[in-house]
Design a protein around this ligand. Structure first.
Ligand SMILES: [Zn+2]
Length: 501
């Protein structure tokens, strides 16, 4: 039974709160290797169709696979980064199924002895409401295994009777890791946070470019619902084709509502694979869910077991770059940043590196953190630009902060100069010199300016002296106006106080 969108929305609105969702994610990650997992063909994306193929990845008779050593290393690095136990001996298995873009008629994968198991990842879930509060939650990871990717089918032409399908085998044999979480996620927000954190870790350790548009990070979700307060899992569906973060959240929301509405209408959830239809904004049945035994798994006879001995694993562990959680803790400890600032600045490695390079030269790390978060990230967002291509490099920002610190520029002028730096790529000093923007800090000059303002407003000085204190702000404003904001505000304040006695 398939309900319409309207029927689902109507029931879900009333009954959604009575149910709890149970979500597990299966994430496929393309490893960043130059060559494929079992042959020497290039993994380059976007090459002409069928230009990166050989007898091994085309599955021609008599060809034999040889495991790419770097695949084992990158996958092990990932396993360690997500706190998995690496199996000393893992086994490749044949997963048998037919698909036009799978020329061998089976996929080499791992089954009952995967590379790694029993991992965990700590995620930050927004608590909603006002502020930027998050809560931490631990998500367990069932397993991480290796497999080869299939090719691509490209369908073209309508009507269907005249349609053609083209096959591109370039992607055949590109190395993949599949990372399977336990069903620990309870809301679309948690699933979103989990995928964000996982992607962040994968990017930090440089095992994948994680480009969802190119398909190097793909996500399927297992979803079921159960009445709040019960333990027993409901029947789950698998939702495929979640190739962006936005679709992941939307598809989960829809699928949870659909299951709630179906149960409330007396229907039954079918265990099936469903596809997220981006245009229609709904999940649609694709096929009934296959079971492991449908694939007739058996050990791959052409490959030896993968042996990750302790010394090799230790070498990989030693070469591990600093992970996001450790970096975040260090930013709080070493630079005195707030938890929130540290979380924002470690969101990706390029941003964290930018901050550290700025802080090394800037007069104050906390000021640098503030400027990066408000001025720089704001300007980058508006320009649709990545931090790695920022027109203001770290040392240029540090120089600007120095000018603000030593009083050459007021904070407000500094922001104006920053905008000009961002637009032109020029240095702060060059802009200040060219536009004569130095702050006026000379005591004699400020006293002269203040005196002029007071002389021009003798009537207001009279009122001030009779007790109209609020006029003080007016005098400050007049001096600032006369100097186009270039007078040092604190000195103007002090001088006016002195003159008004
Ligand atoms: Zn090949």
């Amino acid at each position: 039974m398939e309900l319409t969108r309207e029927e689902i929305a109507a029931v879900a609105e009333r009954k959604r709160a009575a149910y709890e969702a149970v979500i597990g994610l299966e994430v496929h990650v393309q490893l960043k290797t130059a060559s494929k997992i079992f042959c020497g063909c290039s993994t380059r994306f976007g090459d002409p169709p069928n230009s990166n193929v050989c007898p091994v990845c085309l599955g021609l008779p008599g060809s034999l696979p040889v495991l790419n050593r770097q695949v084992a290393e990158l996958a092990t690095r990932t396993a360690l980064a997500i706190n998995c136990q690496v199996r000393e001996q893992s086994i490749f298995a044949r997963k048998n199924y037919f698909y036009p873009d799978l020329p061998k008629g089976y996929q080499i994968s791992q089954y009952d002895r995967p590379l790694a198991e029993h991992g965990r990842l700590e995620i930050h879930v927004p608590t909603g409401g006002a502020g930027k509060k998050t809560r931490k939650k631990r998500i367990d990871i069932t397993r991480l295994h290796l497999e080869e990717d299939a090719g691509k089918s490209l369908h073209e032409g309508l009507p269907e009777s005249e349609a053609k399908t083209y096959l591109d085998f370039n992607r055949c044999g590109v190395p993949l890791m599949e990372i399977v979480s336990e069903p620990d996620l309870r809301t679309p927000e948690e699933a979103y946070a989990y995928l964000t954190t996982l992607k962040q870790v994968l990017e930090y350790i440089e095992v994948s470019d994680c480009d969802m548009e190119k398909g190097s990070l793909r996500c399927d979700a297992n979803v079921s619902v159960r009445p709040v307060g019960t333990e027993k899992f409901g029947v789950k569906t698998e939702v495929k084709n979640l190739n962006s973060f936005r679709y992941l959240a939307k598809a989960l929301e829809y699928e949870i509502d659909r299951q709630v509405a179906l149960l409330e209408s007396g229907g039954r959830i079918e265990q099936e694979t469903r596809l997220w239809n981006t245009q229609a904004g709904r999940t649609e049945p694709m096929r009934s869910k296959e079971h492991a035994h449908d694939y007739r798994y058996f050990p791959e006879p052409d490959l030896l077991p993968l042996v990750m001995d302790a010394a090799w694993v230790e070498d990989i562990r030693r070469a591990m770059p600093e992970l996001p959680a450790a970096k975040e803790a260090r930013f709080v400890e070493h630079y005195g940043l707030s938890d929130y600032d540290a979380e924002v600045l470690t969101a990706n490695r390029a941003l964290a590196d930018y901050f550290e390079a700025t802080a090394a030269k800037a007069p104050n790390a906390k000021t640098a953190a503030n400027w990066i978060q408000t001025e720089l990230l704001g300007a980058l967002k508006e320009a649709g630009q990545e931090i790695s291509r920022s027109p203001v490099p770290p040392q240029a920002l540090a120089e600007l902060l120095q000018l603000v610190e030593d009083g050459t520029l007021s904070g407000k002028m500094g922001k104006t100069v920053f905008e000009k730096m961002f637009a032109s790529g020029k240095s702060a000093r060059a802009i200040v010199a060219a536009e004569k923007m130095e702050q006026i800090t000379d005591a004699g000059e400020i006293e002269k300016l203040c005196g002029e303002v007071l002389a021009k407003n003798a009537d207001k000085v009279e009122q001030y002296k009779k007790g109209k204190q609020a006029l003080f702000g007016f005098f400050v404003g007049q001096v600032m106006k006369a100097t186009r904001g270039q007078a040092n505000p604190r000195r103007v304040n002090d001088t006016l106080k002195k003159l008004l006695g």
